[in-house]
Design a protein around this ligand. Structure first.
Ligand code: HAM
Length: 417
């Protein structure tokens, strides 16, 4: 016998028992985002590598070491999508959505791929639900996306939520600040972790993220971007906060908030849950006013977020899910009645009943036990003399012609309501 194959490390199967909770996430997203004018979009699972190099940023961990990149056989480099914002912006441009009334509001629920060190809550293929509002720089768009995300996480029962927000301002401010921070880090080189030290020039902002005690001590005295913001950006940030205040949405301003993607400008936010361990980030997002231009389009502002579905489920805890009822189980007295049973079940499904048929060669007793396990409301037993319809609740059994089984079950179902 050959060795049994397993799913690759960092991936997982969504088993039938997990499906109901995931459908709940999808249903809540459709309801909450749909009523706010967001329409569903799905982009391909792979894109040209350049999209992410340009969009997500060459200096990010994602582009540097986490992408699944391959040659398509014709010399083109493709990459399994590590995130959804750059692809959605690509689609916005490719389909001329700038001609639609702005902002264009889109949402998605898809799987993404990052070659990360796998652990609880961190996978190599994972699922995100995300929303993007493209074509408006109004602070109300930032507040709208944050509030919709807060509602979604709340409805899904995510526990111990904390919202942190910050602002990155405009790229020029960020570039000047980067130089100031780099100089500061250089002046404290010896106290930093080797990893932060090695990346001073590539990505000095990530130093705020470090757990290393020496680095944390240095960062406590580091200059902050928020103190260097241009007046207009400060005003934008103040407006976003005022709108969140008006809506009664609690948050903390975190001047050192950093996220692992380069496209952010102005507002930045992250929801964490204390019900999660080390991977406490449930959802994150922000404004990306320069991204569409980076991808070759006209200057177009945008703002959005993505939430990790596995982390929502982990932080939501166990919740009872209703299993779907079976209206009719079609059993056979003898194997030769299989064809008639198949006709009945097909007809039942066409009539809108949820119906199953015996396919495992069980004895009649075994079939009734199985129907009971399924929670079937009625069982039709096909035999030489026609059919018997058994009401599994009352135990009553009546004779019927095979052609009458469906009508009887439908009548019974109406009476149940
Ligand atoms: P992100 O912070 O990289 O942002 O990912 C968003 C969420 O996806 C995280 O908060 C986390 O819940 C989940 N996630 C990320 N990586 C993994 C992983 N390896 N395993 C499990 N879950 C994970 C983005 O992706 C941006 N596109 C968000 C955005 C949309 N910004 C603007 N618009």
């Amino acid at each position: 016998m050959s060795a049994r194959l397993q799913a690759p490390r960092g991936t997982f199967d969504v088993l039938p028992a997990d499906a109901a909770r995931r459908e709940e996430v999808e249903g809540a997203a459709r309801r909450i985002l749909g009523s706010a004018g967001y329409a569903r979009i799905e982009t391909p699972a792979f894109e040209s590598t350049e999209l992410f190099a340009r969009g997500v940023g060459e200096s990010t961990d994602i582009v540097q070491k986490e992408m699944y990149t391959f040659d398509d056989g014709g010399g083109r480099s493709l990459t399994l999508r590590p995130e959804g914002t750059a692809p959605v912006c690509r689609a916005y441009l490719e389909h001329g959505m700038q001609k639609l009334p702005q902002p264009v509001r889109l949402w998605y629920l898809s799987s993404f791929f990052r070659r990360e060190r796998a652990q609880a809550g961190r996978y190599r293929q994972f699922w995100q639900v995300g929303a993007e509002g493209i074509g408006s720089d109004d602070p109300a768009l930032d507040a709208e996306t944050i509030l919709l995300l807060a509602e979604l996480l709340d409805v899904l029962g995510v526990r111990g939520l904390r919202l942190r927000i910050g602002s990155l301002g405009r790229p020029q401010t960020r570039a000047a600040y980067r130089e100031e921070l780099t100089a500061y880090l250089r002046a404290h080189e010896e106290e930093l972790s080797a990893e932060v030290h090695a990346r001073i020039d590539l990505n000095p902002l990530r130093a705020f993220d470090a757990d290393h005690p020496g680095t944390r001590r240095v960062m406590a005295g580091a200059p902050l971007l928020i103190d260097a913001l241009a007046e207009e950006d400060l005003a934008h940030f103040a407006d976003v906060r005022a709108l969140l205040d008006d809506a009664g949405q609690p948050y903390e301003v975190d001047p050192a908030l950093v996220r692992g993607l380069d496209y952010y400008t102005r507002t930045l936010f992250e929801f964490t849950s204390d019900a999660l361990g080390a991977q406490s980030g449930v959802a994150g997002g922000g404004r990306y006013d320069g991204l569409i231009e980076q991808l070759g389009g006209p200057p177009t502002p945008g703002c959005g977020w993505a939430a990790g579905i596995e982390r929502i489920l982990l932080a939501g805890g166990e919740r009872p899910t209703a299993s779907s009822p079976v209206d009719l189980f079609v059993a056979v007295a003898k194997p030769e009645h299989g064809r008639a049973a198949f006709r009945v079940v097909t007809e039942a499904r066409r009539a809108g009943l949820s119906a199953e048929v015996e396919l495992a060669g069980r004895s009649l007793k075994g079939q009734l036990k199985h129907a009971d396990r399924l929670g079937a409301r009625y069982v039709a037993i096909l035999g030489d003399e026609g059919a018997q319809v058994k009401d599994m609740e009352s135990g009553d059994q009546v004779e019927a012609r095979p052609g009458e089984v469906i009508a009887r079950v439908l009548r019974g179902r109406r009476a149940d309501r």
